[in-house]
Design a binder for this molecule. Structure first.
Ligand code: FES
Ligand SMILES: [Fe+2]
Length: 387
């Protein structure tokens, strides 16, 4: 008996009412062709977080591999962050192999020594026109610079739009900012600063990137996977936030800072300090907004069966960088490390289950899994638009 449904039929079932819908088929999580399809139809046209501003000091160039595409993040001496394809315009050498400071302000290819400045302009082509002749009448350096990628930095997250098309980042973010307008403004969010110490953690999970997203979208698993968290922020006090055009997730109405609150955001209403929200900005940016700190977890797909989770914490005022608050920062970071580590077995277990021919997308709780299905539908729509 053939137990596999054609992918097209499976994708149609994603759009049924939740009571009768099935999720994305196994092949979307297990096959390399699906990984490339994710890259080109889901990730590329979206705003994708590829790292943090703190990864890239002034005058540094930092290579990043995004699902097989070599990219390069630079920060010039004025502090401007840019993202390019990490490939030399000449013979296609990967331009920068490892992160480092470029004291000269030039990005120089190691093959024939062509040099680009930090805005991507080609400004040096030694011996291009013959030995010691650095130009040629038939060669125009102004059209042979690095190929830029639309990028922006928000909450110290570096976002790119790989396809260089579609809505602006501000348009992309607007629905979430509208949703959060009860607590914050664009200006007040700028009060958060990256933690000077104890601000980052990384976890590698043996699962497709989408399963890490799906796990973050629901609070259903709290009592069984996070008994500690559930003791002070129980499932009964979690709620679904709205399912926006490009975000969804859950919130808690019983948030308390594990290390004790030490200052809150200026615009946050005092009677709402127990609220916190955990949306996913589709496709890969997981956010945590609390009155006293903020985090981002970006999910970087490494292969169809492996992903890198990178977390950065932001705090307010002295809490972000004063030595006297080091233990507070450490306490918050270790609290989140515990929670995120607890999720790994579940995410990896779902990946293993997707090798089973008996599983064909599963079923959804009509109440608890609405966001998971919303994400599946969003992904399926991207497939449909990109095919
Ligand atoms: S490939 Fe880079 S200078 Fe030739
Ligand atoms: Fe979890």
């Amino acid at each position: 008996m053939n137990t596999r449904r054609p992918v097209e039929e499976a994708l149609q079932r994603v759009h049924l009412p939740i009571e009768s819908a099935s999720g994305l088929p196994n092949s979307c999580y297990t096959e390399h062709s699906a990984f490339e399809q994710d890259r080109d139809t889901v990730i590329a046209p979206s705003w994708t977080c590829i790292g943090f501003g703190t990864d890239v000091p002034v005058n540094w160039a930092v290579p990043v591999d995004l699902m097989g595409y070599p990219l390069l993040i630079t920060r010039d001496k004025a502090g401007t962050v840019r993202v390019f394809h990490n490939v030399c315009s000449h013979r296609g050498m990967k331009l920068v192999p490892e992160a480092g400071k470029l004291g000269t302000g030039l990005i120089r290819c190691k093959y024939h020594s062509w040099a680009y400045d930090f805005s991507g302009e080609l400004i040096g082509t030694p011996s291009l026109g013959g030995a010691d002749i650095n130009e040629h009448k038939d060669f125009d350096p102004t059209v042979n610079g690095l190929k830029p990628i639309r990028s922006t930095v928000w909450m110290d997250n570096i976002f790119i739009n790989l396809s260089n098309s579609g809505e602006s980042f501000d348009e992309f973010l607007a629905p979430l900012m509208q949703h959060w307008s009860k607590w914050v403004t664009a200006e007040s969010l700028n009060e958060f600063k990256p933690a000077a110490t104890h601000g980052k953690l990384e976890l590698v999970v043996k699962s497709n990137w989408k399963l890490a997203i799906e796990n973050f979208l629901e609070a259903y698993h709290l009592p069984w996977v996070h008994p500690g968290l559930n003791s002070y922020s129980p499932l009964s006090q979690h709620y679904d936030i709205e399912r926006g055009q490009n975000f969804s997730g859950q919130g808690s109405s019983s948030y308390t800072s594990p290390a004790g609150a030490d200052g809150n955001l200026s615009t946050w209403p005092k009677e709402q300090l127990k609220y916190a929200e955990y949306p996913v900005l589709y496709p890969n940016t997981l956010l945590g907004l609390q009155s006293d700190h903020f985090f981002t977890m970006t999910i970087l797909p490494l292969s169809e069966t492996e992903s890198l989770e990178r977390v950065q914490l932001l705090f307010l005022g002295d809490v972000a960088d004063a030595d006297t608050h080091e233990s507070h920062r450490q306490s918050i970071l270790e609290g989140w490390r515990e929670v995120f580590s607890e999720d790994i077995f579940a995410v990896e277990g779902m990946q293993q289950g997707r090798s089973s021919p008996a599983y064909q997308g599963g079923v959804f709780s009509p109440v608890m899994d609405q966001h998971t299905l919303h994400f599946h539908q969003w992904v399926a729509n991207r497939f449909a638009n990109g095919l």
